[in-house]
Design a protein. Structure first.
Length: 624
């Protein structure tokens, strides 16, 4: 979703801002803009463009004599429309009516209409339909009133604003100074050598090239950033706050496509390696050949986790699908009751959370607004909140009591792939560790599962070798307007995930169903046009799924099946089969999801679509 960059220092700001915006493109956006200024420069200059950052870059190149520009301060933004259509007028940065201030903003100011009416009474006029323009005028109102003290004006304005925000404000009069603030939307400040320059980002991606020293602004904090000085941080109530400088550890090679045509394909193919990273130091094969699971997150909270009588998993989208697999893993191995909730529903119900309940929040980005709100609610009600997160240092990682990083590296493709397998890997390790401590799994089953888990990355490689075949057969399905995905048991969430992947990037409508549910309705859709993806690997429900497939076959549906190596029976029913290596049922999703990801990818590529940045989608959904 929207991205923010900012810079003050002695270099020309515009190239740094544009590069940073390119690096944030993966978050999803529909327009972009920058504002730049410099000491002795009479006006803030604003450039905007609808569509891609490339369009903005072209506008800036036409107007600014780079690289000699003295404009060494600036803010930039990629906007994902919430209030008002995607257009140049609605794109950020927004200037105040006086032209003294420019602002970029992620989030939503919920009471903007009321504020707008009040500002209109004071003579302010508005060019855009956005809540952000209202906020910059409100800051301007206090700025003009209080002797042009920007930080104070930001405090006063935020005191009146209701909603979520990450903002950066610059002022025409003092281009050695920026003010940033956040509430429920992340912001990171990178510190250059001896405080001679600062880099700001809505995540660390655009900063790591320049510095590894960062400050993660906490919720409800305002940062006063001035060249040559330490950053001053105050809370919204104007009391001063501690400043903690951290080292950010982000592998910059993960931010390039590394020879692949798309980030999504790169990330699909990285999964064996990512899974190894996720298990490193956690799934340990001792010298005697026996396995142990070591999870540092369990050190302090093991007793509480073991005592849990009820686990609630909260997440959204793909992470919610991983949660459905987590439910089966925890219930099967630990015999603890588990519910899986959409974070967006959970947060607005009055959920029953009892003493000794544990809430597990799953999120790739660690910034999803609904999941964060669900965590807040769970904490207020006294639950222990455990995070399964990819974004290191992200808001969810910091809001949870404890947790496990999935360690799969930055995921840039908007459609989540390696994060899903990373989440399922962590859920498997967690279930195994808890089951071992609870004594709900025999030693033999524990050892067998750990052994098989450790073997999955090699088996994933075998599945990936079928990429070319999946590419070839995907061409046969681009005509389709609807797909059905069927699976049972551990493969039911994989059916949901396969359907979601196809919808997101190929814009073909797809539904995932528990295979046996099909005859209670969706079977009416089946005809010779309808591709049906059946997840039919060997598990205890294999025979049952075959019966469901026969129901489809007798109505002429076109079956594409994922089967266990050597399966001849399904081959007789299906039009196409893709084989995956044999494994234990509880580990099946880690293999069977890969053909789902590849199928969606190749169908979308064959349709000529923008796989990494599908329309209307954002990588990190920081508004509810
Ligand atoms: C699907 C996808 C989304 C996310 C969802 C949650 O490919 O990426 O459905 O899974 O927006 O995001 P996180 O995991 O960042 O909380």
């Amino acid at each position: 979703m929207c991205g923010i960059v900012g810079y003050i220092g002695s270099r020309p700001a515009a190239p740094i801002l544009i590069k940073g915006l390119h690096q944030l493109e993966y978050r999803g956006y529909d327009s972009a803009g920058i504002a730049v200024g410099g000491p002795d420069h009479p006006q803030l200059q604003v450039f905007k463009a609808k569509g891609k950052v490339d369009n903005l870059e072209a506008n800036v190149h036409r107007a600014l004599p780079l690289p000699d520009t003295p404009l060494t301060t600036g803010i930039g933004h990629t906007r994902w429309a919430t209030h008002g259509e995607p257009s140049e007028t609605n794109a950020h940065p927004h200037l105040s009516m006086s032209g003294d201030l420019a602002l970029v903003h992620n989030g939503i100011i919920e009471n903007y209409q009321l504020l707008k009416e009040q500002l209109t009474e004071f003579g302010y006029t508005f060019k855009s339909q956005t809540d952000t323009e209202v906020l910059v005028q409100l800051i301007d109102y206090f700025y003009q009133k209080n002797g042009r003290q920007l930080t104070k004006a930001v405090h006063q304005a935020l005191d009146k604003a209701i909603g979520a925000y990450a903002i950066v404000v610059m002022e025409k009069d003092d281009c050695r100074h920026l003010v940033a603030a956040r509430k429920a939307s992340p912001l990171v400040i990178g510190i250059g050598k001896d405080y001679s320059e600062f880099f700001i980002g809505s995540d660390a991606t655009p900063l790591v090239e320049y510095t590894h020293k960062v400050i993660y602004l906490d919720d409800e904090q305002v940062a006063d950033i001035r060249i040559g000085q330490e950053v001053q941080i105050t809370n919204l109530d104007e009391s001063s706050a501690d400043v903690t400088i951290k080292d950010v550890d982000l592998d910059i090679s993960a931010l390039s496509k590394g020879g692949y045509p798309h980030f999504m394909l790169k990330e699909i193919c990285e999964q064996p390696h990512c899974m190894e990273n996720s298990m490193r130091g956690r799934v340990i094969c001792r010298e005697d050949g026996l396995y142990e699971i070591k999870l540092s997150a369990l050190n302090h909270f093991k007793a509480k986790l073991i005592r849990a009588r009820h686990v609630i998993i909260v997440a959204c989208g793909t992470s919610w699908h991983a949660g459905l697999i987590g439910k089966q893993l925890i219930e099967e191995m630990c015999r603890i009751r588990v519910e899986v909730e959409y974070a967006s529903e959970f947060r607005y119900r009055n959920p029953v959370i009892e003493k000794d309940d544990v809430v597990i929040a799953i999120s790739q980005s660690g910034e999803t607004a609904d999941t964060l709100a669900a965590i807040q609610l769970a904490k207020e009600q006294g639950a222990l909140v455990f995070g399964i997160v990819n974004g290191v240092g992200s808001s969810i990682a910091r809001a949870t009591d404890t947790g496990i990083y999935i360690h799969v590296g930055p995921e840039i493709g908007v459609a989540s792939t390696k994060a899903f397998t990373g989440q399922v890997t962590v859920l498997t390790m967690l279930s195994l560790a808890l089951a071992h401590a609870l004594g709900t799994l025999s030693d033999e089953a524990f050892q067998q599962t750990c052994h098989e888990l450790a073997a999955i990355p090699r088996k994933m490689e075998t599945v990936l070798q079928q990429n070319d075949r999946i590419e070839q057969l995907s061409g046969r399905f681009t005509y389709a307007r609807n797909f059905l995905y069927l699976g049972r048991g551990y493969n039911y969430p994989v059916a949901l995930e396969g359907a979601l992947k196809l919808k997101e990037i190929s814009y073909i409508h797809a539904e995932g169903y528990p295979a046996a549910e099909m005859k209670h309705g969706p079977i009416a859709l089946v005809d010779k046009e309808m591709p049906i993806v059946c997840l039919t690997a060997h598990d205890q429900l294999y025979r049952k799924v075959i019966s469901n497939m026969q129901e489809v076959q007798s109505r002429n549906g076109r079956i594409f099946a994922v089967v266990t190596e050597g399966d001849d029976e399904v081959r007789r029913i299906a039009e196409e089969v893709i084989e995956i290596p044999d494994t234990m049922p509880c580990l099946l999703p880690l293999l069977s999801v890969i053909p789902m990801q590849l199928l969606a990818y190749h169908v979308a590529v064959k349709k000529g679509l923008d796989v990494d940045m599908p329309r209307n989608l954002a990588k990190s959904v920081t508004v509810e």
